[in-house]
Design a protein around this ligand. Structure first.
Ligand SMILES: C[S@@+](CC[C@H](N)C(=O)[O-])C[C@H]1O[C@@H](n2cnc3c(N)ncnc32)[C@H](O)[C@@H]1O
Length: 189
């Protein structure tokens, strides 16, 4: 079976096992992946973070785009997705963690990294408990460099208030070419 089909099956299976954590029935489409990844300045980036990689559609693209000296910190809470990512990617620039995304400060400390250039997030904020999602966004904002970017997709505009509260600037773009159609939130530290 082709890799893409296999990953879609795995995604759906994991969704039925843990729908609250996964928050989607299929991996994001390439169009959405590109829309989100296009915002980052890869030439000058030293550390990029990915929250909620699932089967790794963004991870693959980010590894393709980052430079040889840039680190990619990938944080996935789900056991099965974590195991799949560990097997799928073999790249010294990638640091994979099986923890919740609010643990970002501890991960950076462990790796002697002071700040990050950008964060790409697919986290299903709508189903994450309030205190945890607030901690995730506050810690992310704290660890971004000056003018660093937090880029997040969601299937609704429900996250607008919270993201606006934490970040200094926010713009939202509707991306219809995805199932379901998505909103891309681009926030600046
Ligand atoms: C909607 S899926 C996105 C998967 C993939 N990035 C995509 O766009 O196709 C959300 C992912 O976030 C992960 N996740 C949910 N809560 C998390 C948390 N607190 N910390 C890290 N990952 C989390 C889920 O396990 C799942 O893989």
């Amino acid at each position: 079976m082709k890799e893409k089909k296999l990953h879609s099956k795995k995604f759906l299976k994991t969704f039925f096992q843990d729908r609250k954590q996964v928050g989607a029935v299929a991996p994001s489409w390439r169009f959405l992946v590109n829309k989100m990844c296009n915002h980052i300045d890869y030439k000058n980036a030293k550390c990029i973070v990915e929250f909620g990689p699932g089967t790794g559609v963004f991870t693959k693209e980010l590894l393709h785009r980052i430079g040889p000296d840039c680190k990619l910190i990938v944080i996935e809470l789900n056991d099965e997705f974590h195991e799949l990512l560990d097997k799928k990617f073999n790249d010294d620039r990638m640091l994979l963690y099986k923890v919740s995304a609010e643990q970002l400060p501890e991960i950076l400390k462990e790796n002697n990294i002071q700040e990050v250039d950008a964060i790409i997030s697919s986290l299903p904020l709508a189903v994450i408990p309030k205190e945890i999602r607030e901690a995730i966004l506050t810690n992310a904002q704290n660890k971004l460099k000056e003018k660093g970017l937090y880029i997040q997709y969601q299937y609704s505009l429900n996250a607008k208030k919270l993201i606006e509260k934490v970040f200094s600037e926010l713009s939202i773009q509707f991306v219809p070419v995805n199932i379901p159609p998505a909103f891309v939130y681009k926030a600046i530290k």
